[in-house]
Design a protein around this ligand. Sequence first.
Ligand code: CA2
Length: 145
Amino acid sequence: MSLFTILNGPNLNLLGQRQPEIYGRETLADVEAACREIAVAEGHEIFFAQSNREYELIDWIHEARGKSAGIVINPGAFTHTSVAILDALNTFEAPVIEVHISNIHKREVFRHHSYVSTRAEGVIAGLGVEGYEMALRHLIGRLSR
Ligand code: CA2
């Protein structure tokens, strides 16, 4: 059994409640349930969390060190600003997949740059909340490759 860490940055607690034209109608609880189902079906477990506070995301990345087989992270707006989250991810030894619900490259120019992408093994953007499931399935698949 392996542990996978799924982290969400600021404002993603509002998923499904605002701006459905950009972020869809599913809530973060729906995303967590879908990810948990995938993990449990394969005999694994997940730690799924969201925070509006940068330090909390960093603490969870630190806690994943040596314990988690991979991180799926949607850093929200911290994607575009946080060297601190990048530094934390660089201390984590297993794969990192960056997920964005929207296609950040189709949006404002300030969303086009991601600090986290310089660390991530892969980036999924614009495929809605399905991106989380794809990322998790990929990490699970890597265990046997
Ligand atoms: O597309 C994504 O997943 C983003 O990471 C979402 C961030 C945004 O700052 C990034 O550029 C792209 C924003 C998250 C805000 O989430 C909300 C969800 C529902 C309603 C309002 C905000």
